[in-house]
Write a protein that binds this ligand. Structure first.
Ligand code: ATP
Length: 360
């Protein structure tokens, strides 16, 4: 059911995170009243800088509190040189993923007029969905073979998670179809070699049969990876397991001009954490030159997700309005330095506010 007020936990994090999140909250504040939507934000300070200051990492209780919100909007977390005593990076976003069991990572990749790319292509608008809790990436090792002569990693894929993953993929395909996109899901796998992937294909076909309004196909991942470069226009929603998804989502981001315009969302049935694909970019932090486009587009994904989850078309309309405004601004400028412009973060933000008014 639609809600009268949505609650969002804002976690700006490190480096350019606070700059791009501040820009995005301004944008949402301008957009949401147009659709009679109310969002209440709670700000949380987690990340590497906070860890250095307080010595405390995000706790289970704090994550539970964050989880009471309808969605989470995150900037970027982690700074070089700031590590925990065990040597690992301070990465509350990974803690959130584990704590909430966020099994699907959504990355939206599309070509924008005005953003320079290496690839000469048209009609590229791809949603890559990567499973993030299973497969080789889950780090479940066979303890029997741990020598310097032989090592092994285990790939386990379960029916339960695969079913949930494909339900997310087909729900997204339906949403895209309603916006005039094909509404088609492609599974990438290696079932000719990996038994676990045989199960993946079997479950995919079962779930696809429940969505007769959406098209579906499956390719071996090697051929499928090549198609990202040679025929990217054949893809709409692409879904795959953890390690293949790690690789092909970077390929997808690379073909459209990189990190500054690449949004993402990590979701389960209950929780959604939305953030730009880029990191904290400490080399440019504090200079007012960060590109906020990926965070704006992450906020659009968040609105879509709220809209699907709460059956609220106002959220989905607002998401589309935001995307249209971003699209127009990228085509006409101004743009930040990383995508060929000269404008500062506050200048592109002001321009987007005007573009939002103009789209209304
Ligand atoms: P992480 O390991 O945290 O994912 P990374 O080392 O892959 O991070 P980023 O922090 O994403 O790297 O930055 C990579 C490069 O891209 C840097 O030179 C950075 O300045 C640039 N960059 C990343 N995001 C942006 C942005 N939003 N605006 C402008 N430049 C950016």
């Amino acid at each position: 059911m639609p809600k009268s007020i949505y609650t969002v936990a804002a976690l700006p994090g490190d480096g350019i995170g606070p700059e791009v999140v501040a820009s995005t909250l301004k944008v949402l504040d301008r957009l949401t009243p147009v659709y009679n939507l109310a969002i209440k934000y709670t700000h949380y300070d987690f990340g590497a800088a906070a860890y250095q200051r307080t010595g405390a990492r995000i706790s289970a209780t704090e994550m539970d509190e964050i989880g009471t919100h309808d969605a989470v909007l995150l900037g970027a977390m982690g700074l070089p040189g700031i590590r925990m005593p065990n040597g690992t990076e301070v990465a509350p976003q990974i803690d959130l993923r584990n704590h909430f069991g966020l099994f699907a990572s959504l990355r939206h990749t599309r070509l924008f007029e005005g953003v320079p790319t290496r690839l000469k292509a048209e009609n590229v608008d791809i949603l890559v969905i990567r499973e993030t809790t299973e497969g080789m990436f889950a780090g479940i090792y066979d303890e029997v073979e741990t020598s310097d002569q032989s090592m092994s990693d285990r790939m386990t894929i379960t029916r339960k998670t695969s079913e949930k993953l494909f339900e997310v993929a087909f729900a997204q395909a339906r949403l895209r179809k309603a916006k005039g996109l094909p509404g088609h899901v492609t599974l990438l796998h290696k079932s000719n070699v990996l038994r676990s992937n045989g199960l993946l294909v079997k479950v995919f076909k079962e779930v696809a049969a429940r969505y007769p309004d959406c098209g579906s196909a499956d390719f071996y991942v090697d051929a499928g990876a090549m198609f990202f470069v040679t025929r990217p226009e054949i893809y709409d929603v692409v879904v795959t397991e953890n390690i293949f998804g790690d690789i092909v989502s970077e390929v997808a981001a690379g073909i459209v001009g990189g990190l500054g315009v690449a949004p993402s969302g990590d979701v389960s049935e209950e929780h959604g954490v939305f953030q730009p694909c880029h990191g904290s970019a400490p080399d440019i932090a504090g200079q007012g030159v960060a590109n906020p486009v990926a965070t704006w587009l992450s906020a659009a994904m968040m609105l879509d997700w709220l809209g699907v989850r709460h059956k609220d078309t106002k959220c989905i309309d607002a998401a589309q309005h935001l995307r249209n405004a971003v699209e127009r601004q990228l085509a006409e400028g101004p743009r930040t330095r990383d995508i060929g412009g000269i404008a500062k973060t506050n200048e592109v933000t002001q321009a987007l506010l005007l573009a939002i008014d103009g789209e209304g």
